[in-house]
Design a protein around this ligand. Sequence first.
Ligand code: AGP
Length: 599
Amino acid sequence: MCGIVGYLGGSSAAAQPVLFDLLKRLEYRGYDSAGIAVMNGSIQVLKTKGSVNNLMSETPILRGCCGIGHTRWATHGKPSSKNAHPHCCDTNKIAVVHNGIIENYIEIRDKLIDLGHKFRSETDTEVLPHLIEENYNNDLESSVRQALSMVRGSYALAAISSNDPDKIVVARKDSPLVLGLGETGFFIASDVSGILKYTKDVIFLNDRELAVISHNGIEITTLDGKKVDKKIETIKWNAESAEKSGYPHFMLKEIFEQPDVIRETFSGRMSAEGVDLEVVMPDARRIIITACGTSYHAGLFGRYVIERFARIPVNVEIASEFRYINPIVNSSDLVIGITQSGETADTLAAVREVNLEKSQKFGIVNVPGSSITRESQCLFTRAGPEIGVAATKSFTSQLAVLLLLAVQLGRARKEMSTADANDFVYDLKQMSGNIQRVLNEADNIKKCALVFADADQFLFMGRGANYPIALEGALKLKEISYIKAEGFPAGELKHGPLALIYDGVPVVAIATEGVTYEKMLGNIKEIKARGATVIGIANESDTKIEKYVDRVLRIPDSNPWISPVLSSVVLQLFAYYVADYKGCEIDKPRNLAKSVTVE
Ligand code: AGP
């Protein structure tokens, strides 16, 4: 949600092109408006409604080696040039970019108006430059500190002042911020994928820390002024993984990366004993998984496999609900937060809730250095940077980690024999190659997708571990193509959703081999009898399915607990080709942002 950036280069460096480039790389965090402020004696601000491309197309060249920038996902005030960041104080001597929400902004704004400040936008952020100006006492750092002592809410912010040139002051509380130390200067971004092209040496700011970036280096203190020594961390992701590399969209590239991603997810985690994960906690009496969106669907899948292999009861909770249901969590429970970004506010809040109960917890996360990694032990999914707003490779890597976890818990609790674990690990090792075989069928999947691309509604259905995959297939399609799509457990249709079936409505039925296969065929018959056009996802060796459905998309034969991963890839491609046919902004769907850092 909103990307903030900053750059301070040597005195002959040009900040503007670097800021544009950083903003383009963070655009998946929000694309309602964009803006930059560059210091050159005075502060020069350029901002516009819409994407960074809009900004770049109408922008004169600004000189100066120091600047900040912002790409916005609107919360307070509609997307417009007036509400775009950076925001300035009355004298234009202070400019601020901000990601987060200032909760007490109305109260602060009213006081500042009484003191004569004039506001130009409807945003909460605009109070910050005015408050810094009101508290200005000859240096930017202490004025920012003073201003922040008066605000409530969340922020990652960067501020510059023409009274204190060639200096950027940044601070964070509950919104992410990373500083990069490169050969050509210092970089600031909301997450690492923004600055990977320039440097892999980074410092992650923690909550309530403030940094001053100047030609003398970076100085970090707590908000109340205590010096902090921070470690410089080296990010292992390679810079190319955050580029499109010839693909028309990041989403398609990320779908095609999945064979490599899965190999990386498994690398070093399979041993002679079965599985060897860094964090496990096998003594839990119950597991509570909490997550949002796609990660929640992964959690639902986790429930099936953990209960099956380890016989531990698992509850799966939508993070935004979990916090407010007054959850009953015991010290014998293990809470697992699943999040690609590691920054989703609802998931972080749900996992923090658990601290109060002293139960065990850990995260399953993709982004190194993200907030959840600073608060909990974590298992990394190792999917690399995911730029497309629609989660793809992060989802299958979450499924892969959950499969590993289920096996390891099963072994640790003696619910799974060594022989069964070894057989399963053998099957897991085929997963990457089998995903590649699904990808080799992309043209067939595309042909099928184009037949249905003009439909105005889709249903997805599955049973058992395929049910979360049906939910995820529907989410993928709706978020990037804007077609109404819902996922259902197939056995539940007759309890209501069957009323949605009419002549010709496309229904995607995941009918792969497993204990519920015959039941699925029965459910397919029920919807066919009512006129649905059924696209079946089935195993290669299935000779029956053609008689039941109108079209078949095949996946390689594999273990029934692993085939949901393969079906997911089919559904990702299906959604991609429908959205592409419709000409949708695939990597940046309307109203969405990759990392949801507000509740
Ligand atoms: C899925 O395509 C979406 N990007 C969204 O549902 C996402 O999974 C959700 O916002 C959770 O994000 P997280 O995994 O980063 O916590």
